[in-house]
Write a protein that binds this ligand. Structure first.
Ligand code: GTP
Ligand code: MG
Length: 170
């Protein structure tokens, strides 16, 4: 298939925050209630037209589990964009964002376009990280922020396309 540009994205964050679910929603338009922890690294492809360019988007889905961290590190360097995902119902996953940012500082290109993603915004009653805290963190990092639901297909498209557009503009 013909394309003008290959954009490589990386999705990182704690285990269970919904990284694979976001990818599944973005690349295949589906959702599963089942958590099948990612082993090592996985990837999905999508093509899109962005700013009149045919873009092939390769999204690398990393495992959140600690024991796979070293495998993921090899994928940071080549990433044009990185989504740092936490779960709005999981305080720990939000606190750990700073650790994921450290990984980015240590291993990613300084030109990588970042976005902070608070996933599972459909779970209103279980929410413990409110929107303002996510926004505040993203503002302090000077990166975009979006709350998503992979389950209900809220903002998933927007989250990825925000990063892809920034990469294409660059
Ligand atoms: P690792 O591969 O272990 O790093 O986890 P992950 O971040 O890829 O999480 P995964 O996508 O496997 O999702 C974990 C669980 O959360 C699954 O049971 C999903 O069904 C559920 N889940 C993911 N996204 C959402 C969402 O937006 N809303 C709700 N309610 N559940 C979600
Ligand atoms: Mg996964």
């Amino acid at each position: 298939e013909e394309y003008d540009l290959l954009v490589k994205l990386l999705v990182i964050g704690d285990s269970g925050v919904g990284k694979s679910s976001l990818l599944l929603r973005y690349a295949e338009g589906t959702f599963s209630e089942h958590h099948l922890a990612t082993i090592g690294v996985d990837f999905k492809l999508r093509t899109d037209t962005v700013l009149n360019k045919r873009v092939k988007i390769q999204v690398w889905d990393t495992a959140g589990q600690e024991r796979f961290k070293s495998i993921a590190i090899g994928y940071y360097r080549g990433a044009h964009g990185i989504a740092i995902v936490y779960d709005v119902t999981n305080e720990q996953s939000f606190n750990n964002v700073k650790n994921w940012l450290e990984q980015i500082t240590d291993h990613a290109s300084e030109h990588a376009q970042l976005i902070l993603v608070g996933n599972k915004c459909d779970l209103d009653r279980e929410r413990c990280v409110d929107r303002a805290r996510g926004e505040e963190l993203a503002n302090s990092l000077k990166i975009p922020f979006v709350e998503t639901s992979a389950k209900n297909s809220v903002n998933v498209e927007a989250a990825f396309s925000k990063v892809v557009t920034k990469v294409v503009e660059d």
